[in-house]
Design a protein around this ligand. Structure first.
Ligand code: GDP
Length: 428
C-alpha cells in the first residue's frame, strides 16, 4: 500500500481506533484529517484499554509519525492532558508528533457557546458532546477562528484571541444571558500550553505528499462516521466536519488524485449516540443484550449507545459515498449468543419498498426496516484467527453483508485486542 483511508461507515464508534492501531505497525505515518476531541478511539495497549481523543491511534507504535492535519479542531488543553495521559502508559510523544499550523483551536468561548446553544434548543437539542467542536468549525468558516499556528508567536495569538473572545462574550451575555469567559485567566493558562505545544507545530501537507510520493505507508484515520457527515449525514443530527473519505483533501492538503484505498469500518450490528432517526434500532431486551455484551457506552461521553441491527441500506449508501473498496467488520463476537440475526435489506417508506437511503430526516424517520432473519452461530468466535475458524453461519452472515454493501469484506474483528482479527485478504 501507499495509503489507506480508514473511515467509519455507520454512526461512529465502529472500532476505527483498534483497526488503525493494528495497521499502524506497518505504517510510516498516521494522519487525522477531521473532528476533534469529540472522537474517542479506544485501543488496547499492553492489555489496558486507552482512549485517544486527539492523538492519532498510531501514537503508541514506535517509528510511526503521527500528524494532526489542518482539518482537525484541537482543544489545546485536552491535547496536553492526553499527552500526559499516554506518558503514564509509557508512550512518549516527542518529535514523532506534528500538529499542522492550520488546525483551528477550540477555545473556552466555543465550549461556553455550545452549552448555551444546546440549552436554548431545549427539546430540539442535538445531543452534542459539548466539546466546543461545532462552534469552532463555525468560526473557522466565519473567519473568526484561531489556527494553532498563532501559538508560534504568543503576542500575535493574544491580540487576535482578545478581539475574538471579546466579541464572543457579547454574544454569550447579551443573546444567551450566559456568563462571559474569563479572557485574562484563559490567556494565562494558554501561555503555558502554547509553550508545550510549540515544538510540535509544523507545515505538514508537503511532508504527507512527499511520504506518499516516495511509497511510504500512510493511514488517514477518520473519526465519527459517514452518517454523521456534515454534508451527507442525517442533518442536523450530525457532527460538524466532513467525516467521509472526501474530507481527506481539505483536511490534510493531499489532493484527491493521491488518495489511495478506502476501507470502511462497520460493526456487525449498528449503534448511534445522541438524537436522530435510527430505523434499525432495537429498543428491547435484544438491543440491551448488544449494549451489555458490546460495552456500548460512549468513549467520550459515557452515554449509553442506542443499539440495533445491521442496516444494509445505510451501509450501501456509506460505501458508495466514500468510494470504499473494502469493508472491515468489527465486533462480530458481540453477536455470538443470538439465535437469529435480523439484517435490514430495505426500507418501507410511505408504502413503497426501497433500498435508497433517504436524504432528509423526516423521510428517514418514516422508514420502516425490511428484515431478513439469518441464523446465529451460538458459539464463540473470539479465538478465531483464520477464515476457516469461523462457524459457517458467521461466514454466511459476512457474505450477506458483502452482497448488501457491494464490496468485499477484507477482515473481521472478533475482540478488542489488536491481534483478534480474521483476515480474508491483506488489508495494506
Ligand atoms: P472508534 O471511535 O471507531 O475507534 O470506536 P470506539 O473506540 O468508540 O468503540 C469501539 C469499542 O469496541 C472499543 O472499546 C474497542 O476496544 C472495542 N472493540 C473494537 N473491536 C472490537 C471487537 O472486534 N470485539 C469487541 N468485543 N470489542 C471491540
Amino acid at each position: 500500500m501507499s495509503s489507506v483511508v480508514i473511515v467509519g461507515v455507520q454512526w461512529g464508534d465502529e472500532g476505527k481506533g483498534k483497526i488503525t492501531n493494528a495497521l499502524s505497525t506497518e505504517a510510516d505515518m498516521v494522519v487525522r484529517f477531521q473532528g476533534g476531541a469529540n472522537a474517542g478511539h479506544t485501543v488496547s495497549l499492553n492489555g489496558d484499554p486507552i482512549v485517544f481523543h486527539l492523538l492519532p491511534s498510531g501514537i503508541s507504535v514506535p517509528g510511526v509519525r503521527c500528524v494532526i492535519g489542518p482539518g482537525v479542531v484541537v482543544d489545546p488543553q485536552a491535547l496536553v492532558d492526553e499527552i500526559d495521559m499516554v506518558a503514564e502508559h509509557g508512550v512518549e510523544v516527542g518529535d514523532n508528533f506534528w500538529i499542522d499550523v492550520g488546525a483551528h483551536m477550540v477555545m473556552p468561548h466555543h465550549k461556553a457557546q455550545e452549552a448555551a446553544e444546546e440549552k436554548a434548543r431545549g427539546k430540539g437539542a442535538i445531543g452534542t458532546t459539548l466539546r466546543g467542536i461545532g462552534p469552532t468549525y463555525a468560526d473557522k468558516h466565519a473567519r473568526e477562528g484561531l489556527p494553532i499556528g498563532l501559538f508560534a508567536d504568543f503576542d500575535a495569538f493574544r491580540e487576535r484571541y482578545v478581539a475574538v473572545a471579546s466579541r464572543k462574550n457579547e454574544l454569550l451575555t447579551k443573546l444567551y444571558g450566559a456568563e462571559p469567559v474569563d479572557i485574562e485567566g484563559s490567556l494565562e493558562r494558554l501561555r503555558g500550553i502554547a509553550d508545550r505545544l510549540r515544538q510540535h507545530l509544523a507545515d505538514t501537507p508537503g511532508s504527507i505528499r512527499d511520504a506518499l510520493s516516495s511509497g511510504k505507508n500512510v493511514i488517514f484515520e477518520g473519526a465519527q462516521g459517514t452518517l454523521l457527515d456534515i454534508a451527507f449525514g442525517t442533518y442536523p443530527y450530525v457532527t460538524s466536519s466532513y467525516t467521509t473519505a472526501a474530507g481527506v483533501s481539505p483536511g490534510t492538503g493531499v489532493p484527491p488524485s493521491m488518495i489511495g484505498k478506502v476501507v470502511g469500518i462497520a460493526k456487525a450490528y449498528i449503534t448511534r449516540v445522541g438524537e436522530g432517526p435510527f430505523p434499525t434500532e432495537s429498543p428491547d431486551e435484544r438491543g440491551d443484550a448488544i449494549r451489555t455484551c458490546g460495552h456500548e457506552m460512549g468513549a467520550t461521553t459515557g452515554r449509553p449507545r442506542r443499539c440495533g441491527w445491521l442496516d444494509g441500506v445505510a451501509l450501501r449508501y456509506s460505501v458508495d459515498i466514500n468510494g470504499a473498496d473494502r469493508l472491515i467488520i468489527t465486533k462480530l463476537d458481540v453477536l455470538d449468543s443470538f439465535e437469529t440475526l435480523p439484517v435490514c435489506t430495505g426500507y418501507r417508506i410511505d408504502g413503497e419498498t426501497t433500498t435508497r437511503f433517504p436524504r432528509t430526516v423526516p423521510e428517514l424517520a418514516r422508514a420502516e426496516p425490511v428484515y431478513e432473519e439469518l441464523p446465529g452461530w451460538k458459539t464463540s468466535t473470539r479465538d478465531a484467527r483464520r477464515p476457516e475458524d469461523l462457524p459457517a453461519e458467521a461466514t454466511a452472515y459476512i457474505k450477506r453483508i458483502e452482497e448488501l454493501a457491494g464490496v468485499p469484506v477484507a477482515a473481521v474483528s472478533v475482540g478488542a485486542a489488536a491481534h483478534a482479527v480474521v483476515e480474508f485478504e491483506d488489508i495494506l
